[in-house]
Design a protein around this ligand. Structure first.
Ligand code: FAD
Length: 477
């Protein structure tokens, strides 16, 4: 994956720019030292690294605005960063860019149970938001598996989802307002503590814009009352295709579980070793969770298990206790880490119509033979949000390139099946050159014109989202 060469004129300004930044930031918020900058040379797509020119860690919206104003005047690129858990290379730097991290901005600014909102600085982690309100019987619904580490900033920029988003929607459905600092340092408020916003839906535009339109410093999030109860059921099948068909039938039947998660044998094994979750020995596993009152849970599970039985499951087992349910979810949420502890992998993220699951899973199996690389699957099946993990050997020459080529074919398959290139991880550097598979030139042009409005010099998060050639032309203009 290429990154654009550093602009020598920008590098030459380094000392002057850092001196100006030192005037508006406290000492500890400006990282110049190479050893400390190394901590920011990649995100969770660790195959690609690049050392930023400097790192700034402002503590307030005003400091963010001051940094952006200087970088705008000096024409220095900025890479916004939350916790750096992007799997798409979304927060990877370029050599002539400054990383602007919001990790010091973690304050809870307001909690209002009556209006069911929480207002936070965006460096707060996803899990800490629920942590703030759960003793009062509330929770924040989007639950990426990385929720212990990832920040609300990155969740907003990537429009992140999670296992329980089938029922509650993803970030955009739970975000009410943001404070956005634009590249020239001006601060605007989008949305607020209320449903819907007056005027154009700029909040909808910013959510999922991958740090391309501004830096989000504060957010108003919807919190929900915790359900009375919840229970997962484990469904084991003797093939991925059959499990896929079962998912499609559950969705078709009109039941709305809170989560339907899928794992195939390699992931089941890795997660079981890691979390001792009690997963059955089978080719494909579904974790289906329903919630509500005891009666509602029994009724929904009755219907769902009836559908599953038509697909001859090798195992059909309801969780018997809170403790067992926790282990079941710990196993699922540890999947990426557990796989990573035994193999190098590249995690893909494409979305397909749920009814195409059996076909797409079969094709991925065939393509795995053709490319000679194994694939493990773990994903949000109810949303049709696939996460094939392509296993490769980072030390074997050519394997990464083979893996990239295989990944591109899988994502093209998702588009051909009527889906799209990304479900929740974003485009980043990983899929930027595939955008022309999904979009016609006029569609891409319309999106780039929106970027032109917010960031006329294309300084925000360079070399991401749009095909490299197109964004280079834009930057040079
Ligand atoms: C083990 C593991 C499991 C994961 N599971 C899931 C999952 O279940 N669901 C899911 O959706 N994702 C998942 N991810 C991916 C990742 O955690 C999400 O994309 C997350 O939202 C990134 O948050 P972050 O704070 O780490 O953002 P970063 O990686 O720091 O940045 C991500 C993007 O946001 C932009 N950005 C960051 N801060 C700001 C800001 N203040 N203003 C504007 N733009 C900004 C960056 O420029 C970049 O484009 C997983 C990752 C890992 C490593």
């Amino acid at each position: 994956m290429d990154m654009p060469a550093a602009n020598p004129a920008t590098l030459a300004k380094r000392d002057r720019v850092l001196a100006r930044l030192a005037e508006v930031l406290p000492e500890q918020a400006l990282i110049r030292d190479e050893a400390e900058r190394r901590a920011y040379e990649c995100d969770a797509l660790t195959a690609y690294t690049c050392l930023p020119m400097a790192v700034v860690l402002p503590g307030t919206t005003a400091e963010v605005a001051a940094v952006l104003r200087i970088c705008h005047e000096e024409r220095v690129p900025i890479v916004p960063r939350g916790a750096g858990t992007s799997l798409a290379g979304g927060s990877l730097a370029t050599e002539d860019a400054i990383i602007l991290g919001v990790a010091r901005m973690r304050d809870v600014l307001e909690v209002d149970h009556a209006d069911r909102i929480i207002r936070v600085q965006t460096g707060i982690t996803n899990l800490a938001v629920t942590g703030e309100v759960e003793s009062d019987g509330f929770f924040y619904a989007p639950d990426p598996s990385s929720q212990l580490a990832c920040a609300i900033a990155g969740n907003i920029a990537m429009n992140s989802g999670g296992a329980h988003c089938l029922k509650y929607g993803v970030t955009t459905n739970n975000l009410l307002g943001v404070t956005l600092v634009q590249m020239d340092g001006t601060v605007i408020e989008l949305g607020g503590a209320h449903m819907d916003a007056a005027g154009y839906d700029l909040l909808g535009l910013v959510c999922g814009s991958e740090g391309q339109l501004g830096v989000v410093t504060e957010a108003t999030l919807r919190i929900l009352p915790k359900p009375e109860g919840a229970r997962p059921v484990l469904m084991g099948f003797d093939s991925s295709e059959v499990a896929g068909a079962c998912v499609s039938d559950i969705i078709k039947a009109g039941v709305l579980p809170v989560a339907i998660e899928f794992m195939d044998r390699p992931c089941i094994r890795a997660c079981e070793d890691f979390a001792k979750a009690g997963y059955p020995d089978c080719e494909a596993l579904l974790i289906v969770e329903v919630e509500g009152s005891q009666d509602e849970i029994d009724e929904q599970l009755g219907l769902i298990t009836q559908i599953a039985r038509r697909h001859n499951p090798v195992e059909l087992r309801e969780s018997q206790s809170e403790e067992e349910s926790k282990r079941i979810w710990l196993g699922r949420k540890s999947a990426f880490g557990a796989m990573g502890s035994i193999n190098d992998y590249m995690c893909l993220d494409g979305t397909i119509p749920v009814s195409s699951l059996p076909f797409v899973l079969r094709r991925i199996g065939e393509m795995s033979q053709e490319f000679g690389l194994d694939v493990a699957n773990v994903f949000h099946a109810g949303d049709g949000n696939m996460h094939p993990l392509i296993l490769f050997d980072a030390n074997k020459p050519g394997d990464l390139e083979l893996c990239e080529a295989f990944g591109a074919e899988i994502l093209k398959l998702c588009v051909e099946a009527g889906g799209c290139l990304t479900g929740e991880h974003g485009v980043g550097i990983e899929k930027r050159d595939l955008m022309s598979v999904q979009f016609a030139p006029e569609d891409l042009e319309a999106q780039m014109r929106i970027k032109d409005v917010f960031d006329p010099h294309w300084l925000l998060n360079p070399a991401k989202v749009f095909p490299l050639e197109a964004s280079a032309t834009r930057r040079a203009a």
